[in-house]
Design a binder for this molecule. Structure first.
Ligand code: C5P
Length: 235
């Protein structure tokens, strides 16, 4: 299975994102475009980045009624993105319709589910989302992951620390995309539970998502290469 590093393009506008990508003229990379950049620049930023030869994870976390979700999926498929995601809480019917459309398109698009956002803790999950008090967060993540797999999605976004359990329950082929990666565990910015690229490999992550350790590095290309080498097993 393909393993790769995805660079999170967390920039406020297209000019900054494209200027950062000047560092990657010699190397085609996989980047994540999130809501901040997409809502500012629209689909044109996706076309521009694709034109540079890079792969795109369009992180828009779709969550709506099945019909609207299907329409959104059609629009994203027309942009030729490489990875898209949905909230598992949108339920099986929504996820099913999306994965059916992706399969019918014959495009190689990886579809992921977001399970429980990492900003939601267990108390909030019980008190505000009203998930049964008997369930711990880990059970809910696993149950959403199962629902996603049964609905035809390719994988989930999760912490690298959760990968062994997910793979054990859902199989090696079920893709795990893991943010919260730091080479230096003492320099974690606002991330709470960080994992090194090497440990992410050992834990079985398929893709790691890395933002600031690359975007804020003095030499982003070198930082990217070092992280990639460590993740893929060169070091
Ligand atoms: O800069 P940093 O490496 O922390 O960026 C991580 C990226 O992954 C950001 O775009 C962040 O929004 C995203 N992400 C995350 N944790 C999640 C889901 C997404 O850090 N649970």
């Amino acid at each position: 299975m393909a393993k790769d590093v995805i660079i999170a393009l967390d920039f406020p506008n297209g000019r900054d994102a494209l200027s950062f990508l000047e560092n990657f003229k010699e190397e085609e990379v996989f980047v994540k475009v999130g809501m901040e950049l997409f809502y500012k620049e629209g689909p044109e930023i996706v076309r521009k980045i694709k034109k540079l030869g890079h792969k795109i994870f369009l992180d828009l976390k779709i969550h709506d009624i099945p019909n609207t979700c299907a329409g959104a999926t059609r629009s994203l498929l027309s942009l030729d993105v490489d990875m898209i995601n949905y909230h598992a809480a949108g339920t099986g019917k929504m996820l099913n319709e999306a994965s059916k459309l992706i399969k019918e398109s014959n495009k190689e698009v990886i579809s992921l589910a977001v399970t429980m956002l990492t900003s939601t803790d267990e108390d909030t999950m019980h008190d505000e989302i009203k998930i049964d008090k008997d369930l711990v967060l880990e059970d809910v993540v696993l149950s959403y992951a199962k629902l996603s797999k049964n609905s035809g999605l390719s994988g989930i976004v999760c912490s690298a620390l959760e990968v062994p359990k997910i793979k054990e329950a859902l199989g090696e082929e079920f893709i795990t995309v893991t943010p919260g990666i730091r080479k230096d565990k003492n320099n974690s910015d606002d991330q709470k539970r960080v994992v090194t690229p090497k440990d992410a490999r050992k834990l079985g992550s398929d893709y790691i998502v890395v933002g600031r350790p690359i975007t804020k590095a003095e030499n982003p290309l070198n930082a990217y290469r070092e992280i990639k080498e460590e993740f893929l097993g060169g070091k």
